[in-house]
Write a protein that binds this ligand. Sequence first.
Ligand code: DAH
Length: 372
Amino acid sequence: MAEPGQIPNPWPEMTDIATLEQETLRQIAEAADEAALEAVRLAALGKKGAISALLATLGKMSPEERKTEGARINLLKDKATEALAARRAELAKEALERRLAAETLDVTLPTATSPLTRGRIHPISQVMEELSVIFADMGFAVAEGPDIESDDFNFTKLNFPEGHPAREMQDTFFLTPEAGEKKLLRTHTSPVQVRTMIAQKPPIRVICPGRVYRCDFDQTHTPMFHQVEGLVIDETTHMGHLKWVLEEFLKNFFEVKGVRLRMRPSFFPFTEPSMEVDVQCRRQGGEIRFGEGEDWMEILGCGMVHPNVLRNCGIDPDVHQGFAFGVGIDRLAMLKYGMSDLRAFFDADTRWLEHYGFRPLDFPTLAGGLSA
Ligand code: DAH
């Protein structure tokens, strides 16, 4: 009887060693997998295998016969063992090759999109970055202040008289007073001028980008928006410098060869004289081009810092002077990148961001192009 898993000896009568050898080697060569090979091994060399059975016959032989037959049978056993090992190695190699072929990976296939490739930088962040790069090149540092500001820094130190209508003009969000001090959401970035002048000695050269708040809401106004303030204080800075800085800024920002500016007299409590600046442009089919055309567009407010503001911040106006300017960042973004509705900036609609946003690793540089 065959043992379980062992196939019965197919050659019970086979005593012809040459035929047995031929048959065993053929079966080994034809074994298609490890299991078939193991079955052949058991049939030949297992306890009840054909070759084992031949070896068992040696005991009954005469010594002379054993000598010759023993050598032949052992040679057969060695050949079968060797052939089994060789076939086993061959099968293992074939199995490995099959696995390698099945598990190949096409490294040229596109990778799955990662958050890094899908994520977008918001146009406001992009424009703030562009402004920082432009002004850093002209030697300006970046200064910041809190969104919740005191009435004193937002208005009083900036030379807004007590009860002056300009305080109401800015549609201020007032907060509940804290320890008797009037608090509000800053209506402009100008209080950061005050903070900077109190904290630093001239020469001062900073830009102050940040969020500002006013109670207003339509296509071009949202209750929270962004401004950047510029401030230069030293002993000699004058309006000529102001004009040059603004020209450099607008030319680099709009990525054109040159811009023409027009300054109109205006009023801000914190500057004297105060001006509004228009930039030359061409309006064409809903598009605006800068650095050419016959039209003018109002773009920012500026002036020479009022002596009262300098005094309020501990700076002697008989020694020091300088200029300040304030620009709406959102409006700059709308003009440069062609969005028409400010409200969409804050809707958190990923389709809008997909369209208008910027790739996270494309940092703006003056040399490489700001918005390339
Ligand atoms: N703070 C002004 C506003 O919010 C903008 C501004 C105008 C800032 C003139 C300035 C300036 O520094 O000189 O409307």
